[in-house]
Write a protein that binds this ligand. Structure first.
Ligand SMILES: C[S@@+](CC[C@H](N)C(=O)[O-])C[C@H]1O[C@@H](n2cnc3c(N)ncnc32)[C@H](O)[C@@H]1O
Length: 211
């Protein structure tokens, strides 16, 4: 057995949950690695909604999809991932089966443009609130770059604030490594109803609008 690194573990977890025909979210498409993986898994009948705030990332992902003839199975959204819920139709929202975030900066690009604590936490919460119970919201957390530690703290604080009856959280982390390797937090809504999640969505969307 070889313990997988964070991204490989995230892909393994996604593969356990999705199949051809499903709708899935790539919250940070970057250079398209996750988007291609998701498109291959859900095609031919399924669909990927992929988000990024950088046009460079959207273009890179499109080029990669086109090379694999996967572009018909993906809609690329040039906007922040916390808008995902509002750009999907009601039918799409109910058919989402997984969402993945790969935090940090676009490899090979401007390292100042990174995912942020406010939009990441707002997006994670809105996905948990909107998508059906049992849908994994998978966050691959990088924390070695400037701002990474603050974002990781925000995501962990959010995880601690959630009610365990409503949302389960799994951490996958390789320990005792020299560098600060990425790790994975997976959030899963149980389906037990409580106003706690809705209240948090309100609180965090306020933070997100403020930036
Ligand atoms: C680590 S990269 C993603 C890598 C990508 N998943 C892949 O497989 O190539 C992080 C990406 O998040 C994007 N990003 C930053 N803030 C964002 C936001 N609020 N919404 C969506 N994407 C964002 C960055 O532009 C960057 O391309």
């Amino acid at each position: 057995m070889t313990l997988p690194k964070a991204v490989a573990f995230a892909h393994w977890m996604i593969a356990q949950n999705i199949r051809p025909g499903d709708t899935v979210i790539d919250a940070t498409c970057g250079n398209g690695g996750d988007t291609v993986f998701l498109a291959e898994a859900v095609s031919p009948a399924g669909h990927v909604h992929a988000f990024d705030i950088q046009s460079e990332a959207i273009q890179a992902t499109y080029a990669r999809l086109k090379k694999e003839s996967l572009e018909p199975h993906v809609t690329l959204h040039h906007c922040s991932h916390d808008y995902a819920v509002s750009v999907l139709t009601e039918a799409e929202r109910t058919s989402v089966r997984a969402a993945v975030f790969n935090l940090g900066y676009l490899p090979g690009s401007d390292k100042q443009i990174v995912t942020s604590a406010s939009s990441t936490t707002a997006a994670v919460l809105s996905y948990l609130h909107t998508f059906p119970p049992g849908v994994p919201v998978i966050v691959v957390i990088y924390h070695g770059h400037p701002g990474g530690n603050a974002e990781r703290t925000a995501v962990e604080n959010l995880a601690a604030e959630l009610s365990e009856q409503e949302v389960r959280v799994l951490r996958y982390s390789l320990e005792f490594q020299e560098k600060a390797p990425p790790y994975v937090l997976t959030f899963e809504k149980t389906g037990e109803e409580s106003p706690h999640l809705s209240n948090l969505v309100q609180a965090y969307s306020h933070i997100s609008t403020k930036g």
